[in-house]
Design a protein. Structure first.
Length: 147
């Protein structure tokens, strides 16, 4: 996933230097509570909607661990606390997903489920678009099976 800094350029004057920063994705989405709401809605939809059966089948019976891991990962990826890295080290996303057949269908299910979840929890439209671009890049890179 894209980990670009959202920091604004440093403004300098003759007497002092100050750094102005833009809010990061974690702040823009509304922090940990809103991110948890998004992740929970994502997994709720995965369980409830037949169109996500392909990706649901890749997960254990209980989604509790999956919910936590995605929340922890996205927290750090969005510029919040590095919860995933502090517990498991580098995410190694592609390597961790290699045991699962991820083709275009699974990529598209994941993206549709996340887009729906963002809409349901009220993520701002411009932030949804930004996140979906980044999510697409990563989800497409995760494909490891033709089709």
């Amino acid at each position: 996933m894209n980990t670009e800094s959202n920091a604004a350029p440093i403004a300098a004057s003759t007497t002092e230097t100050s750094e102005e920063t833009s809010p990061n994705l974690y702040q823009l989405i509304g922090g940990g509570d809103k991110l948890r709401e998004l992740v929970d809605r994502f997994y709720d939809l995965m369980e409830l909607e037949a169109e996500f059966a392909g990706i649901r089948a890749m997960h254990p019976t209980s989604l509790d661990g999956s919910r936590d891991k995605l929340f922890w990962f996205l927290s750090g990826w969005m510029g919040g606390p590095d919860l995933y890295i502090s517990q498991f080290g580098h995410p190694r996303l592609r390597a961790r997903h290699l045991p699962y057949a991820v083709a275009s269908s699974e990529r598209d299910q994941w993206l549709r489920c996340m887009a729906w979840a963002m809409q349901d929890v009220g993520v701002a439209e411009d932030l949804q678009q930004h996140l979906m671009q980044s999510f697409y890049q990563t989800a497409d890179w995760m494909r490891n099976t033709p089709g």
